[in-house]
Design a protein around this ligand. Structure first.
Ligand code: VGL
Ligand code: ZN
Length: 205
């Protein structure tokens, strides 16, 4: 069975949000259109405590975009975003959440970030998503959401490494682009890791 994974489609990653991705709102209708084609739809949510150590606000004298070391791991500093229980962490109002069967929350440990829906950034702990998908009989996943160059990339690459057949729905992703070209680079990296890039608009995936 092929499942759909919606990555971090949350208010804070849409324009106007704390970490708004350019054009991020354009993928909501894409998600709504394709969800009915899948027997299983899983959504991830970035879900941080207010003192998460990926927030620049937690590091005196540091600003957004700088890289620090947290618990032995390199960490890019972000604006405060997707704080558990806040509006920014919620799904956007126009996302058809009735079509989502299962939600996975990640980044809940203040000491380690989690771009992937499967593992934290050091692969110390599983979120349980791989185990859940296997229990459901899933062998293939289509991935879309935000952001191409961070959470989408890490989720798709981990899925491929875990042995799932993975397609990236290009119409349904947008990226942060801290540096110009980051999204193209991320797509190339996913392709190198065995992810199929699905370039056509989704009608019957
Ligand atoms: C993300 C940066 C920080 C993402 C999450 O969803 O791509 N990016 N936290
Ligand atoms: Zn985050």
């Amino acid at each position: 069975m092929r499942a759909l994974i919606l990555v971090d489609i949350q208010n804070d990653f849409l324009p106007g949000g704390a970490l708004g991705v350019t054009g991020g709102h354009e993928i909501v209708p894409v998600a709504n259109r394709v969800m009915p084609f899948y027997d299983l739809v899983v959504a991830t949510q970035d879900w941080h405590p207010a003192d998460h150590q990926s927030f620049a606000s937690q590091h005196a004298g540091r600003s957004v975009g700088e890289v620090v070391t947290v618990d032995g791991l390199e960490q890019i500093l972000w604006p405060d975003h997707c704080v558990e229980g806040t509006w920014g962490a919620e799904f956007p109002e126009d996302l058809d959440t009735a079509g989502i069967h299962h939600v996975v929350r990640k980044g809940t440990d203040r000491m380690i970030d989690s771009y992937s829906g499967f593992f934290d950034n050091d692969h110390r702990k599983s979120t349980g998503l791989a185990e859940f998908l296997r229990e459901q009989g899933v062998t293939a996943v289509d991935v879309m959401g935000l952001a191409t160059d961070y959470c989408v990339k890490h989720t798709a690459v981990d899925a491929a490494e875990l042995g799932f057949e993975v397609r990236l729905l290009l119409e349904g992703v947008r990226g942060v682009e801290l540096a110009p070209g980051d999204c193209d680079k991320a797509v190339g990296h996913m392709e190198d890791k065995g992810v199929t890039i699905h370039r056509e608009p989704e009608r019957t995936p």
